[in-house]
Structure formats: C-alpha cells, structure tokens
Design a binder for this molecule. Sequence first.
Ligand code: MG
Ligand code: ZN
Length: 227
Amino acid sequence: MGKQSEIVTSSDDEVYDIELEADILEANRKLALENHSKLKEHGITAIDVMGSVGSGKTSLIKAIVSVLKGVRKIAVIEGDVTTTIDADIIGSEGVPTVQVNTGKECHLDANLIKKALARLKLSELDLIFIENVGNLICPAEFPLGSDKRLVVISVTEGPDMVLKHPMMFHGANSVAINKVDLADAMEVSPSNLKNDISRVNPKATVVSTDCRKMVGIHEVIRSLGLA
Ligand code: MG
Ligand code: ZN
C-alpha cells in the first residue's frame, strides 16, 4: 500500500487574507443589490450562467436565445478572460451583447456587471443572460444582482464534478447536464450526476441537454420561469 496523502489546510496566519476577502465580498454584495434594483426598475429578469470552461454555457445561451428572441427583448453579457469569441457567437443571434474581459480575474463581479449594464439600453430589454467566466469555484461567491442562477455541467467533465464543487450547486435554481449525447462514450451516468446534484441542492431543477440537437432547451427555459 502507498503512503497516505498529506493534507494542507489554512491556518491562523492567513486571517489577514480572510478579513480582506470578507471586505471584498461585502462590497460586492452591496453592488449586487444595486444592480438588482436597477434591473427591477426596468422590469428586467437576469440569469447568471455558470460552469466550467467547455461545459457549453455559450451554446446553451445561444440555444435559449434562439427560442426566446421573438417573444422576449434579450441582451447577453459575456464574461471572458480575454477574447470576444463567445460574444461573437451570441451576436450571431441578432441580440445586443456586451463583452466583459476580466483580465486576470477568474470570475465576474458586481462592479463589472454595473459597468456592463451601463452599456445596454435597459428600457428596451426584459431579459439578460450573464455568462460567467468558465470556473466552478469563485463565481459562486460573487453574486451579480441576477434573479436566478443556471449552472451548466457536461458529461465530459467526468463522474465526480458535482461532489468536488458543491458550492457551485448550492445557489443554483437550474442545472443543465449538457452533452448527454456523449454520456455512453464518456461512461458517465447523467442520472448519477442528477442524484449528486439533488443531494447537494434538492431545490434545483435538473435538465439533461444536448444543445446541438436542441434537446432539453424548452425544459431549461421553463425551469427558469421564462416561459
Ligand atoms: Mg462560453
Ligand atoms: Zn475568481
């Protein structure tokens, strides 16, 4: 039998970092409330879309927008570290998009969303999707002022990703298990993932999706109360 793994945990000498982080989170929370009020003034519903790099956040937003764009006045805020690739994909649906490049940051925050909202004609909108940076850890800690959170995971991320990132699922209203068409090839069971999600967050609605074939898209829309 091999040597048992070492485990490192944080200790008292890191208390300064924790206080600093608490200030940042508190400032973010206040700005998120301001964003939320501004959205409500204009009667806008905002959905924060979170998930790993490559899970299919952009594809799912594009699929939802393609269904709803005739009946809702939609804009999309695209968070990305440096590129405009995703904003260009969404822009092809003919809805306004705002690109937010976070630079070194691995998540969106409420201040960036405040700036993005200033670029949109809010009086002409009633629905905004916010695609967060691909990351399953810190986006969960930074509310943006949205009404609901949609988390996108894919079977290509393996069987354990829900249990490894429970925080991401705690605040989710809906979870899409994407790329279900690849489940057999990946030897990952969507129903096991669904059970894991239900254990972490029994209130979340879980939908299996295949964005390329538009499977599950209407269910996601219904789960978010958008139709
Ligand atoms: Mg994307
Ligand atoms: Zn981050």
